[in-house]
Design a protein around this ligand. Structure first.
Ligand code: IPE
Ligand code: IPE
Ligand code: MG
Ligand code: MG
Length: 296
């Protein structure tokens, strides 16, 4: 059906950083894997990611992705949801072709957890009361779980012992948490043209991400009242985003969030100590540095 390659091709051709499949490729090689079996798994990982982006932009009503109009803005919500489903199904076909129940288990668990994380986030939205614990549960599930799975399957195809699989998984988990923390900083502070996504979407959608949670924790009564009103459904006024950004700046909430990303980045690097100090390990340490320092 022509619309499927049209819509999927539109998003795929716009690039993206392709961090997750690169993690699978690098993890497998760092674990000593030699043949090409990991390439299919890396492909499945990026298909799962692409499917979640199609669905996420519908849910978030985002109109910009990878520097161009989002697929839902161009083709509509219905087409985005259905082609997202198709990509999920294709990912599962690719995983089955790998003929390993273990990799299939890891990646299908990740797909379920991501969906659960997105629903948890939806349940927590439109309210300023989101706790740090709930926020961490959301970002672990919606983002870090796929990073963890991408890394773990690399160690599994290389047939490494359980301790190394766990180390790879932990590396991906901490990296993924750091990645999403920085994403949430960028949603308030990035240059839109550089980021390729709209700024302020989290605030507009009533999502309490860590910068907002910290600003509210450090705010006075009036500021808390502002957050409560602005996060409620359909209650935002012109100028609210600017006000939120000012409060976040005043309380150093972006710096505090970035500091937490650095802590998780350090934990990710510590997990890599289980592997030999090869150039590939140094590359993965470089990925951690990139994810923490990124501006897109
Ligand atoms: C976007 O992920 C979704 C999040 C988890 C924040 P990426 O920033 O990796 O998206 P692309 O693939 O590079 O566009
Ligand atoms: C990222 O969600 C996680 C998934 C796509 C599952 P976000 O909504 O935070 O990411 P962006 O900012 O749209 O990329
Ligand atoms: Mg989104
Ligand atoms: Mg979202």
């Amino acid at each position: 059906v022509a619309l499927i390659p049209q819509l999927a091709g539109y998003l795929v051709a716009s690039g993206g950083k392709r961090i997750r499949p690169m993690l699978t490729l690098a993890a497998a090689r760092l674990c000593g894997h030699r043949d090409d079996r990991h390439i299919g798994l890396a492909t499945a990982v990026e298909f799962i990611h692409t499917a979640t982006l199609l669905h996420d932009d519908v849910v978030d009503e985002s109109d910009l992705r990878r520097g161009q109009a989002s697929a839902n803005a161009v083709f509509g919500n219905q087409a985005s949801v259905l082609v997202g489903d198709f990509l999920f199904a294709r990912a599962f076909q690719i995983m089955v072709a790998d003929r390993s129940l273990e990799t299939l288990g890891i990646l299908s668990d990740a797909a379920a957890v991501i969906a659960e994380g997105e629903v948890l986030q939806l349940s927590a939205s439109a309210s300023a009361e989101t706790s740090r614990d709930t926020y961490m549960a959301i970002i672990r599930a919606k983002t870090a779980e796929l990073f963890a799975a991408a890394c773990e399957v690399g160690a599994v195809v290389a047939d490494r012992p359980a301790a190394e699989r766990r180390a790879m998984r932990n590396f991906g988990m901490d990296l993924g948490i750091a990645f999403q923390l920085i994403d949430d900083v960028l949603d308030y502070s990035a240059l839109q043209a550089r980021l390729g996504k709209s700024i302020g979407d989290d605030f507009r959608d009533g999502k309490m991400t860590l910068p907002a949670i910290i600003a509210m924790e450090r705010g006075d009564e009036a500021e808390c009242a502002f957050w409560r009103r602005a996060m409620a459904a359909e209650a935002q006024r012109d100028g609210d985003l600017g006000q939120a950004q000012a409060l976040i700046r005043r309380h150093g909430a972006l710096e505090a969030t970035a500091a937490m990303a650095r802590t998780h980045g350090a934990a990710a690097c510590a997990a890599l100590a289980a592997f030999p100090p090869t150039p590939l390990r140094a590359t993965l340490e470089g990925v951690v540095a990139f994810c923490i320092g990124r501006d897109y």
